[in-house]
Design a protein. Structure first.
Length: 73
């Protein structure tokens, strides 16, 4: 299973987004996404929810608990 840093970077790139664009979506300061992608920091739960909703994946997928990106609703 991939870890959060790998998943968030892959999703960002697949959606053609810059780190700055992702920071604007979740409302974080400059360089936050860079630290996430390097595994140096992790987002707050609120920002995990925003990212999961934006990319249409589950939080479990983002954090590497499953390889299934589907959201269980």
């Amino acid at each position: 299973m991939a870890n959060f840093a790998e998943r968030i970077k892959d999703l960002r790139i697949k959606h053609g987004m810059t780190q700055t664009a992702m920071e604007e979506i979740i409302g974080t300061k400059q360089d936050s996404v860079s630290t996430y992608e390097r595994g140096k920091n992790y987002p707050e739960v609120r920002n995990l929810m925003i990212l999961a909703d934006y990319f249409g994946v589950s939080i479990d997928y983002l954090v590497g608990r499953t390889d299934n990106p589907e959201v269980n609703r």
